[in-house]
Design a protein around this ligand. Structure first.
Ligand code: GRF
Length: 203
């Protein structure tokens, strides 16, 4: 069974979607550890209620170096195959990322490379785009710039505000993240020249 780590900072609805699909037997994996860099992340209680191993590493108190050292040890001790960032609001340093090559996924609420960084849904509304969506990508040294695994599109309506657009995107996120994790865990994709392609055995 492949072993996942989920890293988060807040609500944890993507974490719950992943945990639900695992429970239903639709995603063959187990969540080995849930790590929050925020003490009061609501997702922690949800994880505990599911009987999962939770670790809190307060990134503000620890400082970047100590935080990343402890996180690395936690992930290595847990022998995880894949690290899923799910609303994890901390930027990981290049040296940390290099320790887990092609092993870190993130979900972002826009069609990258449009609207990276914070407040993507607001950026989309401000720009007046007619479609937005979400992206699952591997994490590289940049902000939301890593190889794209999957994307899903949603319409943007004139009547939308940040909340309504976020909700529409979030519903897609919950489907998309699980699909992307499944592809990675089953070796269905690989990275070639900085792009995600189907593994050659799939051709
Ligand atoms: C999601 O919109 C995700 O795309 C972004 O942060 C949000 C996290 O939501 N990276 P949740 O904590 O998974 O509910």
């Amino acid at each position: 069974m492949k072993r996942l780590a989920v890293l988060l900072s807040g609500r944890g609805s993507n974490f719950e979607a992943i945990a639900d699909r695992i429970k239903e037997g639709k995603l063959l994996a187990r969540i080995e550890v849930v790590v929050s860099n925020v003490d009061a992340a609501p997702a922690l209680e949800k994880a505990r209620q599911r009987g999962l191993n939770t670790v809190v590493l307060n990134s503000q108190e620890l400082g970047k170096e100590k935080f990343e050292q402890t996180l690395e040890k936690t992930l290595k001790d847990s022998k995880v195959d894949l690290i899923c960032l799910a609303g994890f609001m901390k930027i990981l340093s290049p040296s940390f990322i290099h320790k887990f090559p092609n092993q870190i996924l993130n979900i972002h609420p826009s069609i990258l490379p449009a609207f990276p960084g914070l407040d993507s849904q607001k950026q989309a509304l401000d720009k007046g785009v007619k479609f937005s969506g979400c992206t699952v990508h591997f994490v590289n040294e940049g902000i939301d710039t890593g190889p794209i695994v999957l994307q899903a599109v949603v319409p943007v309506f004139e009547s939308d505000d940040e909340q309504s657009l976020s909700n529409r995107i979030l519903a897609e996120e919950h489907q998309l993240y699980v699909k992307a994790i499944d592809l990675v865990l089953r070796d269905k994709i690989r990275i070639k020249n900085g792009r995600v392609v189907r593994s050659s055995s799939q051709k």
